[in-house]
Design a protein around this ligand. Structure first.
Ligand code: F6R
Length: 612
């Protein structure tokens, strides 16, 4: 995912920009660049390199680059190959330079219009059209401020952007704009900054303004002005001195607890640049993704543990949304099977760490197959899985430290749902249905936040589990993998034996286990299988089993002698697997707290399983 840093000061900002880019390296990138202007009569100096920020830093030092105004960028290729020319910043007419995160959907049409007006294109990127559009606005009205020209140019764009632009003829300002991609302004004393994320500016300020969609910001060294739809806006400055970093538990008792509560942010970041208002953006999967997706006839998912559970959920989405056959295997099995691979198979390896030995071995096997493209869905940009797959898309969960995976799981699900939509579009999914699904997805962070509000209730409930030795988790259909994930969470951190079953399988064996000492945990969304699930609940009650039901509030299930009901906020059906996971994570966590286990480092387990 691309990263942006900008700075305006009374000192040389080159090192501030480079340090900012280094701090954004975790987002993943393939090339880097920066533009600097030094003083009122300065030229724009642009330096770009393919590869690491360290290479850009070396090139900048060789050139003795310096400037009091500058913008910088790390690029994750979407439109156009990984080349120096395609790296940002992009210039127009020798006076403007611009960096951009996001995807411009109508860039081809704009490119044609700009060409007919004499603009020459030197890159394959969608971004270059923005630079030329702004240049066109400035050339047509020499007295126009950069902010006004940017505002007019943005009116012609369709898509998502976070961007920063500088103009040689107005060298006392940076203009930044946000629509669908995160962008923050960092306030300093006699200097101001902008970046795609706060960590990029941690070395220069702890005071931030969070831009909102539609905001345009004009930064000089002494002022920050924000305009939205032509009106001046005040945005509050937040001081993040006590900011919790990924490596710091902050006010939380455990990393796992912190990571559970980070999920609204993690999902929001993962959606950013992957969906716009009503479309899933296939470009987010990389430059060649569209061509690869055109060839896909079926999907093979391979993963381990929690990531495998994400794949199990995705199978339902791929079948129902993409109408595509999907096979899912545990990586340690896949690598030793006599697999029959059909031409046109998309191999998807899902992993938080990207270093799980079995998943990597399966990927390497798939890389050797003909007619199979390999896609990594991963949380670590520098991992072996990302480097060795044909293409990849990163979950933006941030570093996950607790051994029990939480935010990685829900962000994997988020991307797998985007994948199902992107493949579905080629297989009969209508644009109305796509728009509805994407609108639902955009509600996800807020719904997760609301579901986390059940924390106190679940903490109370957890007291009834801590003396138990066994438990049964039930779900039907797409909720069966959710039940499996809930059971895995409970067993790995509380050491209580937990078994998950598809609820319809109960009477084929596990019902024999049910008695008053066996808690039965059920996930009950409001879907077509609800009536069947109710019958399964009756089977348990009739045998004296104690039920704990996590139920959609709309199904009208109330507490009684046999049921303890925790009500979840109603949500679009497609989001059920993600939302119903949250209370199960919380339940496992609180039971483990009561049991006093080492929650972040459960016995016998490692965060990254790099051996077979
Ligand atoms: C469970 C858990 C593990 C991992 C598994 C795969 O909470 O974290 O089951 O999911 O070891 O790891 P990754 O996703 O890194 O490949």
């Amino acid at each position: 995912m691309c990263g942006i840093v900008g700075a305006i000061a009374r000192r040389n900002v080159a090192d501030i920009l480079l340090e900012g880019l280094k701090r954004l390296e975790y987002r993943g990138y393939d090339s880097a660049g920066m533009s600097l202007i030094d003083g009122p009569d300065g030229e724009i100096v642009t330096i770009k390199t393919v590869g690491k920020v360290a290479r850009l830093a070396a090139a900048a030092s060789d050139e003795g680059a310096s400037g009091r105004l500058g913008i910088a960028h790390t690029r994750w290729a979407t439109h156009g190959k990984i080349t120096r020319a395609n790296a940002h910043p992009h210039e127009s007419g020798g006076r403007l330079s611009l960096v951009h995160n996001g995807i411009i959907e109508n860039h081809e049409e704009l490119r044609r219009q700009l060409r007919s007006k004499g603009y020459e294109f030197t890159t394959d990127t969608d971004t270059e059209v923005i630079a030329h559009l702004i240049h066109q606005e400035l050339s047509g009205d020499e007295g126009a401020s950069l902010l006004d020209a940017v505002s007019r140019a943005l009116g012609k764009l369709r898509g998502a952007y976070g961007l920063c632009v500088i103009d040689r003829r107005q060298p006392d300002r940076i203009v930044a704009a946000r629509n669908g991609m995160s962008l923050v302004v960092g306030a300093g004393i006699g200097e101001n900054f902008v970046a795609s994320d706060t960590p990029a500016l941690g070395q220069v300020t702890d005071r931030f303004l969070y831009l909102e969609d539609g905001d345009l910001a004009e930064l000089t060294s002494d002022s920050i002005r924000i305009v939205n739809q032509g009106r001046e806006i005040e945005r509050e400055i937040a001081t993040l001195s006590g900011k919790v970093s990924d490596m710091d538990k902050g006010s939380y008792q455990h990393f796992m607890q912190k990571e559970i509560f980070e999920q609204p942010r993690a999902i929001r970041d993962t959606l950013s640049g992957r969906v716009s208002g009503e479309r899933a953006l296939e470009e987010a999967f990389g430059v060649d993704a569209g061509e690869i997706f055109d060839q896909v006839r079926q999907v093979q998912i391979v993963a381990c543990g929690t990531s495998f559970h994400a794949g199990l959920v995705a199978k339902y989405w791929l079948e129902s949304i993409a109408r595509m056959p999907c096979q899912i295997d545990i990586a340690s099995d896949y690598r030793y099977r006599d697999i029959i691979v059909q031409p046109g198979t998309l191999f998807v390896a899902v992993s938080q760490s990207g270093e799980t030995a079995d998943t990597l071995a399966a990927l390497r096997y798939a890389n050797g197959l003909e007619h199979t493209a390999t896609l990594a869905i991963c949380n670590v940009a520098t991992s072996s899985l990302v480097r060795e797959s044909d293409f990849c898309v990163l979950t933006m969960a941030g570093q996950e430290i607790g051994v029990a995976s939480t935010k990685a799981f829900t962000t994997q699900l988020t991307l797998l749902l985007v994948l199902a939509i992107v493949l579905g579009r080629r297989n009969g999914l209508s644009s109305e249905d796509e728009a509805r699904l994407v609108r639902d997805m955009n509600r996800l962070p807020a719904l997760v936040e609301k579901t986390l509000g059940l924390d106190r209730q679940i903490r109370k409930l957890s007291r009834q589990f801590s003396d138990k030795h066994h438990s049964l988790y039930l779900g039907r259909g797409i909720q069966y993998p959710v039940a499996k994930e809930g059971a895995l969470k409970l067993k790995e951190i509380s050491y209580i034996h937990a078994e998950a079953y598809p609820a319809g399988e109960l009477k084929h064996g596990p019902l024999a286990l049910v008695d008053s000492d066996m808690p039965v945990i059920v996930v009950a969304p409001n879907n077509d299988l609800l009536d069947k699930l109710r019958s399964n609940l009756s089977e348990v009650s009739a045998r004296g089993g104690k039920l704990y039901v996590f139920a959609d509030e709309s199904i009208g299930l109330e507490n009684d002698r046999n049921h303890k009901v925790i009500k979840l906020p109603g949500c679009p059906e497609v989001l059920d697997p993600i939302l119903f996971t949250i209370p199960l994570q919380l339940l496992a966590y609180h039971v483990a707290v009561i049991k006093g286990t080492d929650i972040d480092h459960p016995r016998n387990l490692a965060k990254s399983v790099t051996v077979e």
